[in-house]
Design a protein. Sequence first.
Length: 225
Amino acid sequence: MARKLAALVQENNLYKEQTAQLNETFRMVRSERHDFLKHVSAIHFMLENRHPDEAKAYLDELVDDYKETNLSIKGERGVVAGILHQMYRRAQTAGVAVVYDFDLPISTLPFPDPEMVKLLGNLLSNSIDASESWQKKHKGSALITLQFYKRSGLYVLICQNNSLPIPTSILDGLFQTYGKTTKGEGHEGLGTKIIQEAVDKHHGFLDFVYKNEEFTVKIKFPAIQ
């Protein structure tokens, strides 16, 4: 009961956090739209004064900034956009590369917002934590990839990240029971079980593989529910 209560508290805190991040994401979008004409004026001024190299450099930097926001919100409904954008920025701050490879928006999944928060929030948060630990040991750059596509009547969500070696005793019950964690002391091991519960609730199937210091989670959901 204590673990279930802790899980509910974590879910509530996560949902509040993602709501705040959603507000921040759309504040950023509004800010970018507000400043758009200023950027156009600056580029126009450079071109009129025959500074094409400066204009190109300015435009390249501007496109990179817009690309980061667009990557997260394109075709997604609000809560999903907020999660993807916030996790992308969190990973960047930690020096972890993130690749979103979507054939269609994740919002296509027929999940209510709280379920999307639980699934994506825990999945990406765990990946970032594992990647940060891997980077600290190897002094290299970690990579997280999140794929989403539809094949043969199934929605397929795949998350892959670098990870330090995981003991077999942890792997055996990683998504089945509370208290199993790859993060060491100070973590309650709630995230993976919450992911599994969200998968089960929507009649999905979860599989994971750990090989050569890479951890891969593959989740399949029926396209017709």
